[in-house]
Design a protein around this ligand. Structure first.
Ligand SMILES: C[S@@+](CC[C@H](N)C(=O)[O-])C[C@H]1O[C@@H](n2cnc3c(N)ncnc32)[C@H](O)[C@@H]1O
Length: 194
């Protein structure tokens, strides 16, 4: 189901996002067609899952598929992800934020469009609850290095080990494509400090 904010100039309240506000919330930034989001929603019915995606067609697809599967704990916000994290999500709302295969903007002159920037690190920290974590995967080595340098240098986050192998963490749509093409996937995880 799509979340349609009544006011785009104030943070949503938890109750405007999900009916069960006592459940842990995980956010998938740039969720694409939403396979990961929906697999997670089906596997963890006791958690809420919010996808942020700017493309209408992808949001509609997720709404259709999640309704068909009866996934009441999966919702999508059609919006620019930096704005959503910085201004629409209530502070301290998420137990976990996933950034999986974000657009890499490989040309140097376009690198400022990448999601991981000093400002978004502050927004990630603000949206996470104390004890929350941020998970990042990419097939793009330069983006991976740049993001690790920026976040490792930030006092707002500390590096954590990736999740235990037995923990359910499905492949995303893009990950499946990159793996089939033989690309190497890099992954890192950080915990919110404070
Ligand atoms: C490479 S795809 C990855 C999708 C998905 N995470 C996966 O791994 O299959 C990147 C997605 O992020 C979305 N996206 C890119 N920039 C965005 C932004 N600024 N705000 C919201 N969504 C964005 C794109 O529309 C696209 O669906």
């Amino acid at each position: 189901m799509e979340i349609l904010p009544s006011d785009y100039f104030r943070p949503l309240t938890p109750a405007e996002m999900f009916p069960h506000t006592d459940r842990p919330l995980e956010v998938d930034v740039g969720c694409g067609d939403g396979s990961f989001l929906m697999e997670m929603g089906a596997h963890f019915p006791e958690r809420n899952f919010l996808g942020i995606e700017r493309l209408l067609g992808r949001v509609q697809k997720i709404c259709r598929k999640s309704a068909r599967r009866g996934l009441a704990n999966v919702r999508v916000l059609r919006m620019e992800s930096s704005y959503a994290l910085g201004y629409l999500l209530p502070p301290n709302c998420a137990t976990r934020i996933h950034l999986l295969f974000p657009d890499p903007w490989p040309k140097k002159r376009h690198a400022h469009n990448r999601f991981v920037q000093p400002e978004s690190i502050v927004h990630l920290h603000q949206a996470l609850r104390p004890g929350g974590d941020f998970l990042f995967k990419t097939d793009h080595p330069d983006y991976f290095l740049e993001a690790c340098e920026l976040i490792d240098a930030s006092p707002l986050f500390q590096r954590l080990d990736w999740l235990p192998a037995e923990e359910f963490y499905p492949l995303t749509d893009f990950e499946t494509i990159w793996l089939a093409e033989g690309k190497t996937i890099s992954a890192a995880r950080w915990g919110r400090v404070g």
